[in-house]
Write a protein that binds this ligand. Structure first.
Ligand SMILES: CNc1nc2c(CCNCc3ccccc3)c3nc(N)[nH]c(=O)c3cc2[nH]1
Ligand SMILES: [Zn+2]
Length: 375
């Protein structure tokens, strides 16, 4: 029986060391490096599966924490799993809920057993643990499941980060033991260790000794300066096996996607493109453009002249500004469509630059155009 998840290395960029690859999953192949749209509550906000396919989204994310609280994983299991429930037949990755408990819920108490917390929806007492997180993800039937981990806050005391990563390693072992369907659901471990090289080494050693089909780098994009995140990547990525996918969690600004790819990361996710779209902020080839600003009131040109997406081919900045100001849902859909298309197109260009052995040149050109001179 073929393993649920297999990484195929295609080529390493001679100029940057970045890698081109494919992740094979039960629901299809993912070309990497790739950006994964986030669909927290079993939908990528305002987008239909057909629109996500039109922009060539190869995999989407959903979330144990949110679906556990609403509608409940039993309902989704009875529906035949998340693919059926949301009518998405391509790969799905689900986060394990640990991160969201700490970023969303109140009254939480963490122990060796797991995390007790109150639902952010109605205050009900809830409990998540490695075993519960695995049961929920098993019910969802995601192609890639994440181990239940703790993402320490930033900044955090060295001793706290050390104790936390050691517990996360013990939790990873419990996730492996609780894994019901290893042949059709791949389980990724999450490397922690904060901003400390020795702790990152310890976490990576613990987890790679348990031989997971893929590894995520957690504990980053939690408020630390970008240069510090890149520094941690510089010494953490080389600790991971070259024949397994590497997923940098919660990272998605254009510059970070390029810098992460250069450092050997294969998969990225972030809520940015959908979240900023809701207040009319868009990512264009000339940098960020807040289309709700008054100076676009009678600008009848496309949002991004260099973009060929549905929004940019059919609507003007003036129209988008009007819709956003009028709080019209269609405006939200059009800016979301463009932002997701922009990041998916960016990763297509990154893959092409790796093929052409010129990702560092591509970074310089992109930063110049996008207005990131000082980085
Ligand atoms: C934004 N910065 C950031 N995000 C992080 C996440 C969540 C990644 N996004 C997953 C998601 C999936 C579906 C819906 C919404 C979100 C993490 N997740 C885990 N498990 N562990 C982390 O260390 C960790 C660190 C992060 N930093
Ligand atoms: Zn566009």
């Amino acid at each position: 029986m073929a393993p649920a998840i297999r990484y195929e290395h295609i080529k390493t960029c001679k100029q940057s060391g970045a890698r081109l690859g494919r992740v094979h999953t039960p629901h299809g192949v993912i070309e990497t490096p790739t950006f994964m749209p986030v669909g927290t509550q079993a939908t990528v906000k305002t987008m239909s599966p057909e629109e996500l396919k039109a922009m060539d989204a190869q995999i989407i994310l959903s979330n144990t924490y949110h679906l556990f609280l609403r509608p409940g994983h039993d309902i989704i299991r009875e529906a035949g799993g998340l693919h059926k429930f949301m009518n998405w037949d391509r790969p799905i990755l689900t986060d394990s809920g640990g991160f969201q408990v700490f970023s969303l819920s109140e009254m939480r108490k963490i122990s060796e057993e797991g995390v007790h917390f109150r639902s952010h929806l109605n205050g009900d007492k809830k409990f998540l643990s490695p075993e519960v997180a695995m049961e929920v993800q098993n019910s969802l039937g995601s192609d890639i499941m994440m181990a239940f981990d703790e993402c320490p806050p930033f900044p955090a005391e060295y001793e706290y980060v050390k104790k936390s990563l050691e517990r996360t390693s013990r939790w990873a072992e419990r996730c492996l033991e609780a894994h019901a369907r290893p042949h059709d659901q791949g389980l990724f471990a999450i490397v922690q260790g904060g901003m400390h090289e020795d702790l990152r080494k310890q976490s990576a050693a613990d987890l790679t000794s348990m031989d997971f089909p893929g590894y995520a780098i957690g504990g980053l994009s939690v408020g630390e300066p970008k240069h510090l995140m890149y520094e941690v990547l510089d010494y953490t990525v080389p600790l991971l096996p070259t024949n397994k996918p590497r997923y940098l969690m919660g990272v998605g600004s254009p510059d970070a996607l390029i810098e992460g790819s250069i450092r050997g990361v294969d998969m990225f996710d972030c809520v940015l493109p959908t979240r900023i779209a809701r207040n009319g902020t868009t990512m264009t080839s000339q940098g960020r453009l807040v289309v709700r600003n008054a100076n676009y009131a009678s600008d009848f040109g496309p949002l991004d002249p260099a973009c060929d997406c549905y929004t940019c081919r059919n609507y003007s900045r003036a129209y988008l500004r009007h819709l956003i100001k009028a709080d019209e849902t269609f405006g939200l859909r059009l800016t979301t469509y463009h932002n997701l298309h922009f990041l998916i197109q960016l990763m297509r260009n990154v893959r092409q630059a790796i093929m052409d052995d010129r990702l560092l040149d591509f970074r310089d050109e992109f930063f110049e155009q996008y207005g990131l001179h000082d980085n």
